[in-house]
Ligand binder design. Structure first.
Ligand code: GLU
Length: 447
């Protein structure tokens, strides 16, 4: 296999979204799979629209995704070389300085145009197969606004050749640019390149992924607590699959499995729900220590809080799809693991009938006894085994069902209408806290 030398060539004119980074991911994986090179070239020749802030965010995201470039370039640094080759084309008379009639304020009076030979240009796209473009209607197209201001088509061709690129992997929206770029390449006597134009990506709103249709910059997903492993895994599957049933691939597995030959022609959908489930998979794979480190609970913790937090990790792994969601759970449905809530007597007995109060009290008292006889260190399973018979017995009596026991228990422990199941709560809170909270609930009933 020839090593693929390819580049990701973003223009730093805005925050890039997942669709833009998909190009980077496919280029990176192609290069690494073949033992080639992944180059990043910042295409900053549009001075008015490029900004260092956008450039910084591109590198930040690439670093986050661990797509480390083998070489990096900034297009604007190649101006002297662009000038040299523009002058060569003009000298050869393949291009010429054209006098223009300005149509609008700011229009140039002179630009450099390429002499269009007319006819058709054909190339073999790795993904789409043979593509033929009739270039006649393009006329003599502009390749520079001045000798120091080449347009994108010219700069790209020169840089690709100078950087030793042999594969151009980029978005399908560039298909129509390829013919022009190949003409410039031939005129300069530069080597031919192989092209792979990637399928377009649509958002769940079925609009082409773009900032205008609501695509978020990738950094927002990072801030929300999407793991880079998950994002890389998810993006790699936008228009590609490994040809087997696997859905979750690590970086190494992706490098091993990736090939442009399996990239689909049809468009792909960026589905946030799917991204969240991929993220949940990678969150669950983290060790508890790593999970806690990602959770970044900002405040200084008491020993009790830290201990409870550690015990909550399995629950968070089971329920949360992002770390932001996990943090919300800690202050919402899992807050009972850390703080006691004020109990509402009406909720404790479900229906405030005098008979019901008595039943609830009895149920809680029998739970107290059962919990007291549990060992100090508790597993959810052991708690369930010890307490479930109390619920079953109630059900056998045909009165309120298991709920007549399990609801007051869960509410007494959590003080919340939504919380983990009561067995999990007893196991995480520990005997002492669980007993104290149940005592308190009994106290309320006795008033
Ligand atoms: N700078 C171009 C863009 O951001 C990419 C050029 C290319 O990949 O050839 O769309």
């Amino acid at each position: 296999m020839t090593p693929i030398v390819t580049r990701f060539a973003p223009s730093p004119t805005g925050y890039l979204h997942a669709g833009n980074y998909r190009t980077a991911v496919f280029a990176y994986l192609s290069a690494k799979h073949s033992g080639g090179k992944f180059i990043v070239r910042i295409e900053d020749t549009d001075v008015a629209r490029s900004s260092p802030e956008y450039e910084a965010s591109i590198f930040e995201t690439l670093t986050w995704l661990k797509l480390s470039p083998d070489e990096t370039y900034r297009q604007s640094e190649h101006r002297p070389r662009h000038r040299e080759l523009l002058e060569k084309l003009v000298k050869d008379d393949t291009a010429y300085v054209s006098k223009e009639t300005p149509q609008a304020p700011g229009d140039r009076e002179e630009v450099i145009r390429f002499r269009n030979p007319g006819g058709t240009v054909t190339f073999m796209d790795i993904i789409h197969g043979e593509i033929t473009t009739d270039i006649t209607d393009l006329g003599d197209f502009i390749i520079a606004r001045s000798f120091d201001e080449p347009v994108f088509h010219f700069a790209v061709v020169v840089d690709d050749a100078d950087e030793g690129v042999n594969h151009v992997i980029r978005g399908g929206d560039h298909i129509s640019n390829t013919a022009r770029q190949m003409l410039i390449q031939q005129a300069l006597g530069l080597p031919m390149l192989l092209y792979a134009h990637l399928p377009l990506i649509f958002g769940d709103n079925h609009k082409k992924l773009s900032k205008r249709s609501g695509a978020k910059p990738l950094s927002e997903y990072r801030d929300q607590g999407i793991l880079p492993e998950a994002m890389l895994n998810y993006i790699a599957f936008l228009g590609w699959n490994p040809g087997d049933k696997r859905e979750y691939l690590s970086r190494e597995e992706l490098i091993e499995a990736f090939g442009l030959s399996r990239v689909q022609k049809g468009s792909a959908i960026f589905d946030e729900v799917k991204l969240l489930s991929v993220n949940q998979h990678w969150m669950r794979k983290l060790s508890d220590d790593d999970f806690l480190a990602h959770l970044k609970v900002g405040h200084r913790m008491s020993d009790f809080y830290a201990e409870q937090l550690r015990k909550a990790v399995p629950l968070l792994k089971e329920r949360a799809h992002t770390f932001a969601e996990a943090r919300e759970m800690l202050s919402g449905e899992l807050s009972c693991l850390f703080n006691e809530s004020i109990l509402d007597r009406a909720l404790l007995v479900a229906k405030e009938l005098p008979k019901r109060v008595g039943m609830t009290k009895l149920a809680l008292e029998s739970l107290l006894g059962a919990i007291q006889s549990l060992p100090e260190s508790l597993s959810t399973e052991a708690v369930k085994e010890a307490l479930m018979p109390l619920g079953n017995a109630e059900e056998a009596k045909g009165k309120g069902g298991r709920g007549a026991v399990l609801w007051p228990l869960r509410y007494a422990l959590s003080g919340q209408e939504r919380s983990p199941d009561p067995f999990t709560l007893v196991a995480i809170l520990g005997k002492e806290v669980a007993l104290a909270r149940i005592q308190k609930a009994i106290g309320i009933l006795g008033e």
